[in-house]
Design a protein around this ligand. Structure first.
Ligand code: NAD
Length: 444
């Protein structure tokens, strides 16, 4: 099929390459000319396992192209994906101006009927708003005979495994009551449903709410575990034992019950704020979700608080090694990453950060520039040079195996604070290190 995609960020780009890879002809458009130039040269703009090969292969096969010309994309795709950002507005609500700008652009340029597929995460009622905007624009431009169909098709990919999530989705939510649009989406996604039918048909509003409900549920599990971890510390219980104990119950399961230093990323915090705003606006404040959000706000500072406790005379002049900058492994995304809350608090206190991340170093430089109190180190081990303590923010595989005796010889204060509970506390204690995870009992 001929498909166009507006927005070549994490969602648009990955969606585009996977659709091209199964044989659809895909044109991508973005207003960021640098991004487009880079993608035209087959250089990925984000780090995602498997992306680079798919990008190169499909560009070569001429099933995929990139442009800044919206007119090319509108002329090409009978299906047009909208995958632009929906950042939080000042009041927490989702800012829809990119989505509505794209809608007006498409309508202004179209000369045939088009189906708009909303991939961006958008509040309930947005599909209706897009439809209305399109209809008003069409009649203003004297093109009222043309038809715009709108489908809500939220995306559930996870950064770090985005390509495989798009290639093998658990489910494909298709929100529309338009029969033609349903059959177009069924044809588009048929190559992804060879094993069994993954399409779930529903109305727009339910589809829009499904996306927020999924993220809210996952965030709730994390905040629940983080709160329990903080209690476990007081009670001198081991949250890791508790985690395994409850995860073995199939009604609970092991997914998303890891305690840590708070959830981050571009989606959970933003989507929770947006859902809270929607609920409040509709006269039903979500008390549970508000608490989930409050717990997370506090948990983001847990690593810094633990450091402060160990340095009662203050952190000024201290040098802190930080392993992991991305909000989770296998991505270079640092949006709302726990590392940022830690580093910014350390800088306020006058400490120096020596940081390493396998993929997010350039992103960190882009965000913070060159400053004396940020040393980006070429390897994990270089961060330890003259460091007082080590803090782990992201559970990259490369941090899992460490010679603890060697580590103990490097750290001036012999302190390791682990926001991801990567290690066996006894092993660190044996090496003479002071080890603090999240919700773990203190071993002397
Ligand atoms: P992103 O910021 O990485 O990318 C958005 C892209 O849209 C940018 O490249 C931007 O330049 C482009 N853009 C903005 N206005 C445009 C316009 N008028 N025309 C063409 N391009 C335009 O965002 P993302 O992470 O890909 O997220 C996109 C949407 O998908 C958001 O609503 C997000 O909540 C949702 N989502 C994200 C994820 C994720 O893991 N990142 C997962 C599921 C859903």
């Amino acid at each position: 099929m001929d498909v166009s995609v507006f927005g070549t960020g994490y969602v648009g780009l990955v969606q585009a390459v996977t659709m091209a890879d199964v044989g659809h002809r895909v044109v991508c458009v973005d207003i960021d000319a640098n991004k487009i130039k880079q993608l035209q040269r087959a250089v990925p703009t984000i780090h995602e396992p498997g992306l680079s090969t798919l990008l190169e292969d499909n560009l070569k096969a001429a099933r995929l192209s990139f442009t800044t010309q919206a007119s090319d994309a509108v002329a090409h795709g009978s299906l047009i994906f909208i995958a632009v950002g929906t950042p939080p507005d000042e009041d927490g609500s989702a800012d829809l101006h990119h989505v509505l700008d794209v809608t007006r652009t498409i309508v202004g340029l179209m000369n045939e009927d088009r189906t708009l597929v909303i991939k961006s995460t958008v509040p309930v009622g947005t599909a209706r708003q897009v439809e209305q905007t399109a209809r008003e624009e069409l009649s203003r431009l004297g093109k009222a005979h043309l038809c715009v169909r709108v489908v809500s098709n939220p995306e559930f990919l996870k950064e770090g495994s985005a390509v495989s999530d798009c290639m093998r989705p658990d489910r494909i939510i298709v929100g529309t009551e338009d029969e033609l649009a349903r059959s177009q989406l069924a044809e588009l996604y048929a190559p992804f449903c060879r094993n069994h039918d993954k399409l779930m048909l529903m109305d727009n509003r339910s589809a829009e709410l499904t996306k927020y409900a999924a993220n809210a549920m996952l965030a709730t599990r994390i905040s629940f575990m983080n709160e329990l971890a903080n209690l476990a510390e007081i009670l001198e219980a081991d949250i890791e034992a508790v985690r395994k104990g409850i995860g073995s119950d199939p009604r609970i399961g092991y997914h998303f019950i890891y305690p840590g230093c708070g959830f981050g990323g571009s989606c959970f915090p933003k989507d929770i704020r947006a859902l809270l705003h929607t609920a409040e606006h509709n006269g039903l404040p979500l008390r549970l979700l508000q608490t989930v959000s409050d717990i997370n706000d506090a948990q983001r500072h847990v690593l810094f608080r633990k450091l402060q406790q160990h340095f009662p005379d203050g952190l000024a002049g201290k040098s802190i090694a930080v392993w992991g900058l991305a909000f989770k492994p296998n991505t270079d995304d640092m949006r709302e990453a726990p590392s940022r809350y830690l580093m910014e608090a350390l800088w306020r206190e006058g400490a120096t950060v020596r940081a390493y991340d396998p993929e997010a170093m350039s992103e960190c430089r882009r965000l913070y520039g060159y400053r004396e109190d940020l040393v980006l180190c070429p390897t994990r081990d270089d961060t330890l040079l003259d460091a007082d303590a080590l803090v782990i923010c992201t559970e990259w595989k490369t941090f899992r195996v460490v010679d603890f005796d060697w580590l103990a010889s490097k750290l001036r204060a012999g302190l390791v604070i682990d926001g991801r509970n990567l290690y066996n506390p006894q092993q660190l204690a044996n090496a003479g290190l002071l080890y603090q995870g999240i919700g773990l009992p203190q071993i002397a």
